[in-house]
Design a protein around this ligand. Sequence first.
Ligand SMILES: Cc1cc2nc3c(=O)[nH]c(=O)nc-3n(C[C@H](O)[C@H](O)[C@H](O)COP(=O)(O)O)c2cc1C
Length: 180
Amino acid sequence: MTTLPTTLPTTLPTTLHMPTNQDLDPDQLRAAFGVFPSGVVAVAAEVDGRATGLAASSFTSVSLDPPLVSFSIANTSRTWPDLRRAGHLGVTVLADHHGEVCRQLAGPVEHRFDDVPTTVSPDGAVTLDEGLARFDCTIHREVEAGDHTIVLLALHAVEQTDTSLPLVFHRSGFGRMCEV
Ligand SMILES: Cc1cc2nc3c(=O)[nH]c(=O)nc-3n(C[C@H](O)[C@H](O)[C@H](O)COP(=O)(O)O)c2cc1C
């Protein structure tokens, strides 16, 4: 004999409010994507003798064995064709005090690294000295994905010493985490 639950489920099916086959407007999509909070990384390397890079909130950890991370780069990026030529890429997780640095890393190319303390590895990976974690990477694979390319990065070195809080990107603005 089946035992029936003595209480009703608190969540009952409601009328469908999300019809399929919507005309997915890019602005509406951007706003919806922005609801999902993320950290921000700097992806950077020395190319032709100068620090080259950008800010990216699409960073994701992917695999422990082999160690892989990813980020997505817009196909319109003018920096990526140069950056992808670098032998090694540095990825730095930005800290909560990096709001201005992050804007700078997404701004005019010639000023992206002005007054930003960085270290260059022997292989040319550029990392930010005040980052929360630093990764030394090479490109494992690039996967076409609509108007972006998913870049899979193989990790060769990791450093994580700073225990302060990360910069959080949410709804097109910066914030920080707090205990709940
Ligand atoms: C918080 C933040 C996150 C960003 N995340 C990404 C990203 O994940 N992928 C991307 O292609 N551009 C991202 N950008 C934009 C780049 O940093 C950069 O501005 C853009 O690539 C244009 O510069 P470029 O033509 O030199 O590449 C982000 C910008 C900001 C401010």
